[in-house]
Design a binder for this molecule. Structure first.
Ligand SMILES: [Zn+2]
Length: 398
């Protein structure tokens, strides 16, 4: 991995790239899209409120910028994916580059993963009640799958769980395509086919490492999933699968597994996570819902029932439940939103999942509902009553 340096004496391309990257990091963008066309180079950032065009440059910048990024990330006409690091005083960031040919011209997407020097603890990522559910379900062996859309904090959650489980008497092995912040007691191997270390090779050496717990940064290839299932008979395996929902994840897993039955038997826990823009804590205020708003809400969800469940589960206290609205302030650049909040669905494995892959899709959904220890809607209502989500966001999720 090479490092981007910010040196003001470099030529104009390097300076432009430094500015594009610096501004994206300052705005906490999660990705940068550089689209080159015949007459312009458009730079867009993925921010809390979606993709925003931040800069339109002359097409003359395209070839130079793309070449510079390709050099940094190790992209070639044959290799379309790569990464590079940026160092800043309070954090490091890994930029994952993907080259996409489009009809208009070449495009590069840079996904940004900040690696704060201080990694969040599990307690900061999951409410205490959910943390307990997760840790209890993780018996000495079996499979934990963390799923969710792109940029939903799956890796951050996986790393926090690893940090929580790491103990001096456990041998933990991590196979990942991207370097993660080191964890005491975790042996980290970086998959890098350019250096001759690919997944088949890494999986092959896994058997000789006498691991108690294995982390696999992906499992969306049959050979990786097969190894995960083999190992999960007597070890705990934690892995990540990008997917738009818990149901989709389960369907994908059972279709990829050498034996769907085996997968369902070994699955201990599936955590689905998604991120939503968080209402700005500086300018949010408790509000009474209007009669119209209350009616709209009652149409979408059984408020009293969901409230009872989240109070019983310990996600929120029993007293005073308010909704919140924001007014906009300097802290949130008058958008009303600042940062992200994560919502989870926690699905328990176990005998109830046996033959799930053979059921009709309506039966499948019923089983998923029954096995869901904690649902997305419950997560969303808890975050709404804590002030982090607006009523509109809640209704969109209901
Ligand atoms: Zn604000």
């Amino acid at each position: 991995m090479k490092t981007a340096i910010s040196d003001h004496n470099q030529p104009i391309i390097a300076r432009s790239l430094t500015k594009i990257l610096g501004y994206a990091l300052q705005l906490q963008a999660s990705a940068i899209h550089l689209q080159s066309t015949a007459n312009k180079l458009e730079v867009r950032y993925r921010l809390d409120n979606g993709l925003q065009t931040v800069l339109v440059l002359s097409a003359a910048y395209g070839p130079g910028l793309f070449k510079k990024i390709s050099n940094l990330a190790g992209l070639t006409p044959e290799i379309h994916e790569g990464q590079f690091k940026i160092h800043r005083p309070s954090y490091n960031a890994v930029l994952r580059a993907l080259w996409v040919p489009t009809a208009e011209g070449p495009k590069i997407v840079l996904e940004i993963e900040r690696q704060n020097k201080v990694q969040p603890e599990l307690t900061e990522l999951l409410p205490t009640a959910l943390e307990k559910t997760v840790l209890t379900a993780l018996r000495p062996s079996g499979l934990l799958v963390i799923t969710g859309p792109t940029n939903s904090g799956k890796m951050t959650l996986a790393q926090a769980i690893l940090r929580r489980l790491a103990k001096p008497n456990l041998n933990i092995v991590s196979l990942s395509e991207m370097a993660q912040a080191p964890i005491a007691g975790v042996n980290q191997s970086i998959i890098d086919p350019r250096r001759g270390y690919d997944w088949p090779q890494a999986l092959h050496s896994l058997g000789r490492q006498d691991a108690d717990l294995i982390f696999l940064s992906r499992c969306d290839r049959p050979e990786i999933l097969r190894q995960a299932l083999l190992s999960s008979t007597n070890k705990l395996i934690i892995t990540i699968l990008p997917s738009p929902s818990a149901t989709d994840a389960l369907r994908l897993l059972t279709s990829l597994a050498p034996e769907a039955k085996l997968l369902l038997a070994q699955l201990k826990l599936l955590i689905y996570q998604q991120l939503e823009p968080r209402q700005c804590p500086r300018c949010r205020q408790a509000v009474e819902l209007t009669a119209v708003e209350r009616l709209a809400m009652e149409k979408k969800l059984n408020f009293d029932q969901v409230l009872k469940k989240i109070v019983r589960d310990g996600l929120i206290g029993e007293v005073e439940h308010n909704f919140y609205k924001t007014t906009g302030c300097a802290n949130c650049q008058h958008s009303g939103y600042n940062g992200k909040i994560s919502l989870q669905q926690i699905l328990l494995g176990g005998p109830a999942l046996a033959d799930w892959h053979l059921l009709s899709s309506s039966e499948q959904n019923k089983v998923i509902k029954k096995q869901t220890a904690h649902g997305l809607l419950e997560s969303a209502l808890a975050q709404t009553l804590l002030g982090n989500l607006s009523l509109e966001q809640l209704l969109k999720l209901a």
